[in-house]
Design a protein around this ligand. Sequence first.
Ligand code: CUK
Ligand code: CUA
Length: 765
Amino acid sequence: MKTRMKQAVSMLLAAGVGFAASGAAYSAESLQDVMKRRNLSQQDLLAAAKTYVPTGKRDEFVVFSSGGQSGQVIVYGIPSMRILKYIGVFTPEPWQGYGFDANSKAVLDQGKIDGKEITWGDTHHPAISETDGKYDGQFLFINDKANPRLAVIDLRDFETKQIVVNPIYKSEHGGAFVTPNTEYVIEAAQYASPLANKKFEPLEEFNEKYRGGVTYWKFDRKEGRLDPKQSFSLELPPYSQDLSDAGKGPSNGWSFTNSFCTERYVGGIEKGRPPYEAGCSAKDTDYLHVVNWKKAAELVAAGKAKKINGHNVLPMEVSIKEGILFLVPEPKSPHGVDVTPDGKFITVSGKLDTHVSVYSFEKIQAAIQAGKFESKDPYGIPVIGMKDALHAQVQLGLGPLHTQYDAKQCVAYTSLYVDSQVVKWNYCEGKVLDKISVHYNIGHLMAMEGDSVDPKGRYLVALNKLAIDRFVPVGPLHPQNHQLIDISNDKMQLLYDMPLPLGEPHYAVAIEASKLKPGVRYKVGTDSRTDKPHPGMVRAGEERTEKKGNKITVYGTLIRSHITPETIEADVGDEVTVHLTNLERAQDETHGFTVSTYNVHASVEPGKTVTVKFKADKEGVYPYYCTEFCSALHLEMQGYLLVKPKGWKPTKTAGAEKAVYSEDDYKKQLKKVADTQAVIDQVVGYITSVNFKDFPDVVAMVDDATDQLNKIKDAKQKHEEAAKKKDWNQATLWAEQVWQYQVKAADLGLRAKTYLEQNGAKKVK
Ligand code: CUK
Ligand code: CUA
């Protein structure tokens, strides 16, 4: 019995079914030795101890960073700064099949503009959905500045579900920013243009015909989608609207959008006019737009909006008359606008000013109530005097850009682009507390949940624009550099440089990891892009291929290590649709699917159903296979697409191979099967002797293993019948198939056993 068991175990090992091996002993090196050898200081060791996340342990915070020009989102952990995922958003992402399977293509297609496919995006500002002003970890939104679009990512599966195109802008920047209960996602235009689609207006009529705006996208949380019908915009003057932020607490219901180039300057060095940069920074001040969005929504509901390109737009006259739009001067060429966690103040940074300006919401409201305005802008919008709205101005340094908040009362951090520094300061008292140098030229900065009502403090990330000499050189295009800073003490401490090799991330948001509750599998047959049952799903045994005219539809399944069907036959010119359901329940058992040269790929996670579509327009033989190393026999997870030329007829009957296996071979197979069954019995014995039902991951593995074992009956019957007929070929191969099912079951069983042992399973009875 013992040796039989050993043999079976070694056979399983040969089939790639692994056991954990224990590590070998190595000679010890002391901490001092390592410090000397690697030339590390005490400070380095402290930083390492603060950021190192030991193997098997997890990060405390999860960051969603814009992927800049990649059009993606980058997900990484804090404090380790380890990258966890890239999420395909506005651009195809091959690994996830995003843009290579029909279901995700449908999402990307929502981002077409005027019918044109746009396969790049410039993502800037991610925002996590909020409940009562706190991050709730349910959804993520991000904008595309280049092509005015906004995307919705569901954090249950980290997949992009929806892309909306702004119906009236040609670019946008001040998004995505959410209102405290994610009623709306705010998106502001950047470069003014005529609002009506495809309307040409000469630049000479810039002041009259060009417009800016701010859009409020209604979010339907139940559906997890933006609702264009319930969304609306405010028409605004052609001031280049920049960033936005939503009010909270006392300022809930209001939003703030700043602007630059309120000079409304049109450059044109070719025509002898000074350039934009000169004309757009001539005045000392620009305007903060103050909007009562709650009242705006009521006005839209009351029919006060007009339709432009089918979209609700509140004309400026209406906003002025109804008292929902005001301007406040802000110092020269401002950039960030950031509402404090208590919602009482609004911090604005002027790129060309050394100060940040802290506006008081209370004072702004008092001026509005009293009708105390210093002037009107050329469009008739009331302007509140700067000194009537200011709480404080604090001199911080050169090129202040963005501000984030600490868990500590009144403490804020502002990035200084020109000085390449982060300043820690007190916005209540208006004084500087500390400064730290970063490398180099910081844009945004981000504290943990640092733009919510409940910042967590602890860490800050500097999103630097230049890396210059920080990393091993990789050519003229350098990686980006995210620097992790410890903000838990009075003095800030630089902990870590993280090269980011994917686009220029502008902004990032970080959430406590414990607030995220993503699933590990889909309900069987789910279309992950619509969250609805996929019409092409089938269960095991229901697989089929239908042909109607020149349309072939395959209803297939994937399970270790088998693609059903194994052959797809088409006539040249046929339209082929392949629906694939991953029948696995164990987590991380993803299969991929591709067909040689047809430019399709699907990532099929457990439970998911995905469709790939293509036209079989080239006669020939095209292997298809699983693209994820999913099991010992992953390489054998294959099949053929046969594209037959017009009028092709078979000349030889299939299945006429000559005998290659003997009765002896068959008997050897039977012995292997019996030995392996002994291992399975032993593993099953262990699993059922403990409280495995208390471990959902194990239950899923046991379910999958049972599925595999259930298939044995049929294969066994086949090999026994063949043996009766002395067809040793069929008998041996079907017996081998029994063993294949056993191997897959044993693989799962052993993984389940290891899991139970490592997670403290208890003996029952
Ligand atoms: S922006 Cu890039 S550094 Cu798009 Cu928020 Cu300021
Ligand atoms: Cu499935 Cu490899």
